[in-house]
Every structure is written in C-alpha cells, then in structure tokens.
Design a protein around this ligand. Structure first.
Ligand code: NDP
Length: 425
C-alpha cells in the first residue's frame, strides 16, 4: 500500500501554532526528559538524594541494564493488552470525529487494575521478590524509554497511511521532528485496538502503583515493616490511579484523546514519565526513612482528602453537565450560552475558579510529598513539575476554549477571574 497522498497535501496551515517550543522543543524534549527520568531515579536511590549535587551521580552500565527488565516490561504491556481485549465492562462511544463517526472504546481499565493486582498478590504470596523492583528500576526505565522511541517511530511511519481526516489538526505540519514529537495520527488503531486509549491509563498508570508496592516490600525487607510514610504514599497514589480507572470513560473527552495526536510526547509520558517519576517519593523513602507522628499523618490525610474531594466533585460535575445538562445534580447551576450551542458553567465548582479540578489535583500532589519530610527537594519534584504542567495545560486549554467559544469565553473569564488558585492565580 502506498502512503496516503491526500493527507500529505492537506497539511496543517504553516501558521498553525506550534506547541512546546516548536521544532526546538521537539528536538530538546526527547533528549532532555529521558535523561531527567534516569537522573531522578539515580538521585532518589543514593544516600545524598540531592538534585543539586555536582557532578551528578552517574550509573554504571551494570546498573542500567538487566536482561530481566525487557522481559518484565514487555510481559506487563502484553498482559494489559490481553486484559484490554477481554469482553469485560461496557463499551462507550467517543466524541464525534471530523468525518462524523464515533469510535467505540472498552471501559474495562478498572477490571485490568483488579485482575493484574490480584495476579501480583498471588505471585507475592508464592514468594515473588517484588522488592527487587528497587534494583530493577533503572533498567526498567531504560527499556521503557527505548520502547517509547521505537513505538513513536512506528506511529509516525504508519500515520502516512492514515486518511487526512484521521490526522490531528496540529500534528501534520510537514516538519518531521515536530510531527514525530507532537503526534500525527489522532486515534491510531490496529483493528479495534486503540493504541492511544490503551496507553493513556493502563500499563504506565498501573505500573506506577506496582513500582510503589515494590518499594513498600523493599522497605519491609530492609526494616522489618513498611513505615507509615510509605503506607500513606502507596495508599494516596493507589486511590488516585483507581479513581482514574474507575472513571475511565471521562478520558474520552480529555484534550489527550480529543485533540492531541499520538506521538512521542504522549507515548513517552504514558509509558516512561508517569510510572518512573510520579512515584519517586516511594523510592526516596526506601533509602531515607521518615518518622511521622500520628498528628502529622492525620493532617496529611486531611489535605489529600480535601484535594481528592475538590478534584472528584469538580470533574464529575463537568462530566455530568456535558453528558446530560438536564440531570437534577446540574440542572439548577447557572450557565452562559455560547455560539456553538454548548453552554459553560459559571456557578458550582466551575464558578469558583476556571480549573477547580487542577486545584484539587495539586493539593493531592502536595500531600504525596509531605510524608517525606523537608530534608530534601527530590520528593517535591512531582508537585513542582505538576504545577508547571497544569499551568501550561491550563493555558493551552484556555486558548482552545477562546478559539471555540470566542466572546462567551471572555464573559466566562470576567465572571470567574481566577484560573486555578482562588484570589491568587
Ligand atoms: P478538563 O477536564 O479540565 O477539561 C477542560 C475542558 O472542559 C475545556 O476544554 C472545555 O471543553 C470544558 N470546560 C472548561 N470550562 C468549562 C465550564 N465552565 N463549563 C463547562 N465546560 C467547561 O481537562 P484535562 O484533561 O486537562 O483534565 C482532566 C483531569 O485530569 C483534571 O483533573 C487534571 O487535573 C487531570 N490531569 C492529570 C494529569 C496527571 O499527569 N496526573 C495530567 C493532565 C490532567 P468543552 O467545552 O469542549 O467540553
């Protein structure tokens, strides 16, 4: 089969805004971020754990490679691909695509979490050395980075066979480096298997909590039992992952699925960045035990609970409103009309700030770091990075909403002046 020449002719217009620093970003990010992953794992495992130490800790080749790592990583991805294909849970339709069709998606990520979690518990019961994940972390990250590059190359090449309406609007600029990075094809599929949707919440997100569990087992091996700090980090992050999978259907309306092509940015984020940097607190705690009083633990649990409440309530309110604006839980909220026929909420959670869900997410991120104390910056990496990510994401979303809703969006901004933090930003 020859590549689709229609798609090559219908490129994004030359003045299509390029995101993430354009070509320069597309060159630097795929070099810089994988190195950052390896650097952060090395730092979190060494006694100093100082991100500012110079020269930075350099791993030996022995530490970077283990033949078990590719077997475990590919086996894990294959297990989740199998679970994805199992006829469990309901099937949902995504939003209407540019050609007027809607794709179908299996909503069975939570089943995947439970079944793979059950299998893991069984293996643990049979004496599987889960704590060895601590030593395997660097080789696993190296493999995940290699898989991300190879998979993104495959996605880039196959996108030339996709029809023009199946390409992401911002990912077909004709600049190979940028298009490879940002993603050309919107919903690449092998038969009914949706590659982007599969990667979004399954192998990486569930892999993250498995790594956390491995760190808990390692700590128990080293000190007899897991610490309260480790239990809190594991529980908070498991709640977050379980919540995302329980509400998997909501991912069908997110920017990642609706707007972004599937390229290196999302592949690397899903398969390498999330599992190997989001749980650094647990890795840190293996080497840097923290004593936590009951009072401090209670305050941290309350902060996580507050963040989760805001995050869940605001996301659910918007999802419910978008699915059925006449539903009793949202019907009485104040809204403004837009020229597209869709309405915008201006009361309830979305009347407090323009992104209450980001506020809740950030409060939780802080609660995940606090059990690690204040002696090091490293456990705060996630909350710092996430603040930058969500401020940038909020800005991208605002620009897309302004383009979609025009004057109505300006009215919304006047009615709800703060973006994420009430009275601050
Ligand atoms: P959001 O759920 O915030 O959705 C933004 C969209 O909501 C807008 O494009 C618009 O779309 C709609 N919207 C905005 N304002 C209103 C309003 N007032 N009334 C009705 N609809 C409105 O998008 P995200 O995908 O960024 O975030 C989803 C969740 O995922 C968040 O909780 C976020 O914190 C989390 N997240 C977590 C990440 C992680 O790495 N842990 C990474 C990214 C996100 P439209 O009008 O077209 O419906």
């Amino acid at each position: 089969m020859r590549p689709n020449s229609q798609a090559l002719k219908h490129r994004s217009s030359p003045d299509t805004e390029r995101e993430f620093g354009g070509t320069l970003g597309a060159i630097c990010i795929p070099i810089f971020l994988p190195l950052t992953v390896l650097f952060l794992i090395c730092v979190s495992q060494c006694p100093d754990a100082s991100v500012l130490q110079w020269p930075p800790p350099l791993p030996s080749t022995d530490q970077l490679w283990d033949h078990l790592a590719p077997v475990l990583l590919l086996g894990w991805i294959a297990l989740h691909a199998l679970l994805y294909l199992m006829p469990l849970g309901k099937v949902s339709e995504g939003l209407v695509l540019r050609d007027g069709t809607r794709l179908k998606y299996p909503i069975n990520g939570f089943h995947g979490l439970c079944i793979s979690g059950g299998l893991l518990m069984l293996l643990l019961g049979l004496g599987a050395p889960l704590g060895h994940l601590f030593e395997l972390l660097l080789p696993l990250a190296v493999c995940a980075i290699a898989v991300s590059f190879l998979f993104s190359i495959y996605l880039y090449i196959r996108s030339f066979w996709a029809p023009s309406h199946a390409l992401a609007l911002g990912g077909n600029t004709g600049n190979p480096l940028y298009d490879f990075f940002i993603g050309r094809e919107l919903n690449p599929r092998i038969g009914k298997f949706d590659l982007k949707y599969f990667c979004e919440l399954r192998p990486g997100l569930i892999g993250w909590v498995v790594i956390n569990l491995g760190m808990l087992v390692k700590e128990a091996e080293l000190r007899g039992s897991p610490s309260l700090a480790m239990i809190l980090v594991n529980s908070f992050q498991l709640l977050y992952v379980a919540d995302a999978l329980w509400n998997e259907e909501a991912v069908l309306t997110t920017m990642d699925i609706v707007h972004d092509g599937f390229g290196f940015m999302l592949v690397f984020g899903d398969l390498a960045w999330v599992p190997f940097t989001y749980g650094l607190q647990a890795v840190f705690l293996v080497v840097h035990p923290q004593a936590l009083t009951a009072l401090k633990a209670a305050a941290i649990i309350a902060l996580n609970g507050l963040g989760y409440y805001i995050f869940r309530k605001s996301n659910s309110q918007k999802n419910q409103f978008r699915r059925d604006p006449t539903h009793p839980s949202v019907a009485r909220l104040e809204t403004i009309a837009t020229a597209t026929g869709k309405r915008l909420l201006v009361s309830g959670w979305w009347g407090l700030v323009r992104h209450p869900n980001y506020l809740g997410d950030l409060l939780m991120a802080l609660a995940w770091s606090l059990p690690c104390g204040f002696s090091h910056l490293l456990p705060y990496f996630y909350v710092i990075y996430f603040t930058v990510l969500l401020i940038h994401r909020e800005d991208r979303d605002e620009r897309q909403c302004r383009a979609k809703y025009g004057l109505a969006w300006d009215t919304y901004c006047r009615r709800v002046p703060y973006r994420i933090f009430p009275y601050i930003y």
